[in-house]
Write a protein that binds this ligand. Structure first.
Ligand code: FES
Length: 159
């Protein structure tokens, strides 16, 4: 008996797959799975991959100790609320130059990005801001203010 002979195969053993057939099947599977993933990717395209932003309308309760001329900026919002004898108004705190959030200062608002300065009513004191800070719509319901950051109102509108 020679040692080079292949071992005796049983009739129940599966037929060995020739290498050429195996490689052909592997390339077919690779092609099919690539097409499947590409199709899934294309089906996802119409859905925008962005997060929804919070509503631009919000309710805020002014602190009872808020003094006239002192801004109240609700957390996470881009308006400053003021209360005085004539009523309540809201001034946007988004700089009209390139959109930085301005900070309250002794003279109104200062922009930390490029140095614009605004009066408390939003007028430009020093550029480069090209336009005043817009006033936003406010409605008052008892102690609660409903502010709409998307709606501008004429300067001087107080409720
Ligand atoms: S973004 Fe405010 S001055 Fe430029």
């Amino acid at each position: 008996m020679s040692t080079n002979e292949s071992p005796q195969r049983s009739r129940l053993d599966p037929e060995p797959i020739p290498r050429r057939d195996f490689l052909g099947m592997a390339s077919l599977w690779a092609t099919a799975s690539t097409l499947a993933f590409a199709t899934l990717g294309m089906l996802r395209l119409p859905k925008a991959a962005v997060l929804s932003s919070p509503s631009k309308k919000f309710r805020a309760q002014l602190p009872s100790t808020l003094l006239p001329g002192v801004p109240f900026i609700p957390v996470g919002r881009s308006v400053a609320l003021f209360r005085d004898e004539q009523g309540v108004h809201a001034v946007s705190i988004t700089c009209t130059h390139l959109g930085c959030i301005v900070k309250p200062s002794a003279t109104g608002f200062d922009c930390p990005c490029h140095g614009s300065r605004f009066a408390p009513d939003g007028k430009v004191i020093r550029g480069p801001a090209p336009a005043p800070l817009p006033w936003r719509k406010v409605t008052v319901d008892g102690d609660v203010c409903l502010v709409d950051e998307d709606v501008s109102v004429p300067v001087g509108t107080k409720v």
